[in-house]
Each structure stands twice: as C-alpha cells, then as structure tokens.
Design a protein around this ligand. Structure first.
Ligand SMILES: [Zn+2]
Length: 390
C-alpha cells in the first residue's frame, strides 16, 4: 500500500526524472533535460541563458546565474546531461526507466552524471532560497561532454562566465575530493613517403617503417619515468590507432598513427610538441623522401587545485561536516570539464560527486540514493563556506 511518500529524496526524484529522459550521445537530445533544469532554476530566481548546440534543435546547453552582492568572485557548478549508449552487454534493468532498488537509482546516466547534476541543481535552489550570497552562483549544464568535452568547449566561448572564482565539477567520486586531473594530448602523425614495387624498395620511401621508428624512439624519450606527480603519478603514452600500407609487395607511401598522451602538471604540451617536431626532423633526415603531417586531436592541459586553496578547503570542510570523515585529496587520470573551465576561465576547480567512478559507462549503472542527498548537502555547505556573508 502506498503511503504517498516519495521513495527517494528530492535529489533522487530529480535524478530519476533526468534518467528517464534518454539523452544518449550520439545523438545527444539534451534539450528536454536542459529544459527541465532551466524551469527549476528559473523558478528559483536564477537568470536563465540557453544556447543551442551544433545548430541542432534537439541539443541545448544551459547557463543559469543567481546574482549575489558581487563582493566576492562567484562559484561555478558544472555538470553534463548527455550519456553514453547502454552498450551491447544486456542490462538486468531497463536503462531509461529510473528503477529504484535497494536504496539505489538504476539507469544510464544515474552515476555519470545525472545524479551529480540533480544534486547541484537542488543545492542551487536551496542556496537561492537562503540569504543573499556575496558572489554569483552559476550553474552550467552542458551537452556533448562524452565526446571530449566539446559542449563545454563551445559554451565557454559565450560571454556568460564573468566574475567567477572557482568551479565544482560533480562527476562521480563517491563524494571524495579530487583536486587534480591528468591532461590529454592526442596527436595524429602521418608519414608521407613514396610508393614503389616491393622488390625495389630503394626506389620508394617507406612510410610504415618511418612510423615504426617514430614509435620506438618516442616511447624511449617520452617522460614516463619523470618524477611522478604526488596525486596523478606519471605521464602515460598509448599508440591507439595505426593505419598504413595497401599490399605486401607495395612500398607504403602513407602511414598514420594516433597517440594518446596523458600528462601531469609540469609536462607542458607545447614542450612535447617541440620534442616531437625535433624527432620527426631527425627521422626524415635519416630517411630521404619521408615528410610528416601532425594534427592535434585533443589538447587538454593537466589541472591541479592546491589543497590549501579556499575552494579545496571549503569542499573539505563540507565533506567533513556531512560525511563525518576527513577527505583525502586525490587525482584522476581522465578529463572532466575542469580541463575547459580551469584554463579558459583562469579559475581553480575540484571534482566531487555522488556515485562510484568505476560505475561510469557500465551496464546496470546505479547511484546510491543516500549519496545523492549528501552530495546536495555538501555543495550547499561548500558554497556557503565560499560565499555566505560572515
Ligand atoms: Zn561524466
């Protein structure tokens, strides 16, 4: 018999409504989810700006601003509402039904990161209902994060982010505090040579062999053994894709390799690029007829927020109050939208959100309902710590 009571709290309810909107990317279809959140934040007193994304009627991004007194720099709440496809492994629950079981909300995006977005928005409405803050609170809800943060990259071009001093990204961390993330520097390097019959290779210039030499040399000189970063460890290098050649008896005149380099603060991408250019010139010098093309596929710097900064201390304090334990600041090896906000807005960012990071993109994705409510409490207290009048 129903008691009429909601089976979950306000954050769980909102997260569930968001999970029930299928925003699988591709194609995205974020508009109804963004519309729902814009309505809630607008009703709470936020100024609402939406921007269509990639000229698609189905894709929208949102920036909502609650005006403070302006005596302190504002806080950015950051989350995305696109989700990855359910995948080929069968689920034991329907991925877009928002089923509740055993104190958990199940569904694609429950953990990554509609749960986090719901917690941010509920916290934002509570903050709006309280005393006027000393700085603005800005909520950015993006599309197309799952494609290398392209939504945030487009949104940050808009003049909607003035007056901000820090950012909180609600990607899942099991409510732990992450203060650093690795950079991602992806290059596609193409060797162009000269084709010839396989029996007369001296008449050609072998692009596959040139790339093979490049890979061996680059692995040797890549700074994977540099002094490890205390939170992020060492830079990594992965050759993810290689394509070249047409036939066993034809000297290949083209070979392309895609490199995924994950970096730490102190390893500048411009330095890596200069090292790469030097190496390519050396290989060309030893291999007449080889030319190179280099395309940057992604250039996201590593970011780090000092553990003793006001932002990190505000989050630490809020987590301690709400969870009763002192968070140990950590780092993540993958990119979040912090990699856009930090360099483009010149502000520090931390990552803290409900849900287990290992749940992301998995079948039977879920988030703990209690954690959702605690997250909203943490965000509310963190912003009060940063922006409430003394
Ligand atoms: Zn995410």
């Amino acid at each position: 018999m129903s008691t009429g009571e909601s089976p979950c709290g306000p954050v769980g309810e909102l997260a569930r409504r968001l999970v029930r909107i299928d925003t699988t990317n591709p194609p995205g279809n974020e508009r109804p989810a963004v519309g729902l959140l814009a309505g809630i934040l607008g009703g709470a007193g936020f100024e609402i700006e939406t921007r269509s994304y990639l000229d698609s009627a189905e894709r929208t991004q949102l920036v909502a601003r609650l005006r403070g007194t302006g005596s302190r720099p504002g806080v950015l709440f950051s989350g995305h509402v696109d989700v990855v496809p359910p995948g080929n492994v069968p689920w034991s629950v329907p991925p877009f039904a928002g089923e509740l079981r055993n104190g958990r909300l199940y569904g694609r995006g429950s953990c990554d990161m509609k749960g986090g977005v719901a917690a941010l928005v509920v916290a934002a409405t509570r903050l709006a209902a309280g005393r006027k803050l000393e700085g603005d609170l800005v909520v950015a809800v993006t599309a197309d994060e799952e494609r290398n943060c392209l939504g945030a990259e487009a949104l940050v071009e808009e003049p909607l982010f003035e007056g901000l001093g820090s950012a909180i990204v609600a990607e899942p961390t099991s409510l732990g505090l992450y203060v650093a993330e690795k950079g991602a520097f992806w290059l596609e390097i193409t060797a162009l040579g000269k084709t010839a019959h396989g029996s007369m290779p001296h008449l050609g210039a072998n692009a596959v062999a040139a790339v093979a030499e490049l890979l061996v040399q680059w692995e040797r000189q890549y700074p994977s053994d540099a002094a490890p970063h205390p939170l992020l460890g060492s830079p990594t290098l992965t050759a993810g894709v290689i394509q070249g050649g047409v036939k066993v008896n034809v000297v290949p005149d083209r070979c392309a390799v895609q490199l995924d380099m994950r970096t730490v603060p102190g390893v500048e991408h411009s330095w890596l690029r200069a090292e790469m250019d030097t190496l390519l010139a050396e290989i060309s010098g030893a291999r007449p007829g080889i030319r190179w093309g280099v395309a940057t596929l992604s250039d996201r710097p590593a970011v780090e927020c000092p553990a003793d900064s006001p932002l990190a201390r505000a989050l630490s304090g809020a987590i301690r109050q709400v969870k009763g334990e002192e968070p140990q600041p950590r780092g993540v090896p993958y990119c979040t939208e912090a990699c856009i906000w930090v360099p483009r807005l010149g502000i520090p960012a931390v990552i803290c959100g409900p849900g287990e990071p290992g749940m992301c993109h998995q079948p039977d994705e879920f988030v703990d309902l209690k954690e959702l409510e605690l997250a909203a409490e943490i965000y509310t207290r963190a912003v009060e710590g940063l922006l409430a009048a003394a």
